[in-house]
Design a protein around this ligand. Structure first.
Ligand code: HPA
Length: 306
């Protein structure tokens, strides 16, 4: 119970525990890594071995995704020898949920055991040296919604969930980023790096907004990811974020109109490379069977991802 709260209203911690219990009743596996698969990128979950599929509709307190291209299922099993839980389809702010609800599933993934979050998204390229079809590993973010007072961490303080004032200076794990680059190199494709800005959507940006975000230092823009990253960090998880650049409204190959169908078509082309990175990063966890993947806690951590 939150001090001073209505006794009839469950705390977030209680709602998380209830959701995690319902998933555990269906799947015994304790995942080490959580995957959030963005627009058109959900098929990686098909590769999960001995999968247990739990629809969001069957998990108490879970928000339900309503967007085309987002299936709305948790898939638990093994990928590259690593126990994982994948969110096939995510929830967005523009569907009408609060950011607290949007990021609620991440707390459940943590409660199931995940210590690492690999989060993917479809994004518009702002860096004019990028092209449609590129992949970008997130080095940092510009939380436009947070600056405007919208955050999944706004609300009653529940110390058991995490600290009140969260440090975000190194939100994106440097070691996981390095490993993602190594995997891309091994496969012979380029992996960009950059800053991801989140806007509320669902309209795509005007040219003026695009120029504004470029000047602010953003390399890509999308409508997701940052709420989940905030909550993952609040829960003490390590984070790897990857954007699939599905459209360019600026630069040499600029389009004059952005459509969801074009975004999904581009995501389809990018998917195999994104999947290769995720598989390669997971191989690092499998190579480290006793490590727990958490920063500073694994004695075997130094041997992983070599
Ligand atoms: N803007 C915002 N979100 C997006 C875009 C974009 O251009 N492409 C895919 N998601």
């Amino acid at each position: 119970m939150i001090p001073g709260a209505d006794a009839a209203v469950a705390s977030t911690a209680e709602r998380v525990a209830e959701a995690a219990k319902a998933v555990r009743a269906r799947a015994e596996l304790r995942p080490r890594v959580a995957l959030i698969l963005g627009s058109g990128l959900g098929e990686l979950a098909d590769e999960i071995q001995s999968p247990v599929v739990v629809p969001y509709t069957q998990i108490p307190n879970f928000p339900v995704s309503t967007v085309t291209g987002h299936a709305g299922q948790l898939v638990l099993g093994e990928l590259q020898g690593t126990p994982v839980v994948a969110m096939r389809g995510r929830i967005h702010f523009y569907e009408g949920y609060s950011l607290r609800e949007v990021a609620f599933p991440v707390r459940v993934l943590r409660r199931l055991g995940a210590e690492v979050l690999i989060v993917t998204n479809a994004a518009g390229g702002l860096n004019e040296s990028f092209s449609t079809g590129d992949l970008m590993v997130l080095t940092d973010h510009l939380n436009m919604m947070g600056m405007a007072g919208q955050s999944p961490l706004v609300g009653p303080d529940e110390p058991e969930l995490g600290v009140r004032f969260l440090d975000m200076l190194s939100a994106y794990d440097a070691e996981l980023r390095t490993h993602a680059h190594r995997v891309a190199e091994q496969h012979g494709f380029a992996l960009r790096e950059g800053i991801y800005a989140m806007v509320g959507g669902p309209a795509y940006e005007t040219l003026a907004e695009i120029r504004f975000l470029q000047r602010a230092g953003a390399d890509a823009v999308g409508m997701s990811t940052i709420p989940e990253v905030l909550v993952a960090r609040h829960e003490g998880m390590r984070v790897l974020g990857i954007s699939a650049i599905t459209d360019m409204a600026v630069g040499k190959a600029a389009v004059h109109e952005i459509s969801h169908a074009d975004v999904l078509a581009a995501a389809e082309r990018i998917k195999p490379r994104l999947a290769a990175i995720v598989r390669g990063v997971l191989n690092g966890f499998a190579a480290c069977p006793h490590g727990n993947g958490s920063r500073g806690r694994s004695p075997h951590r130094a041997h992983a991802w070599r």
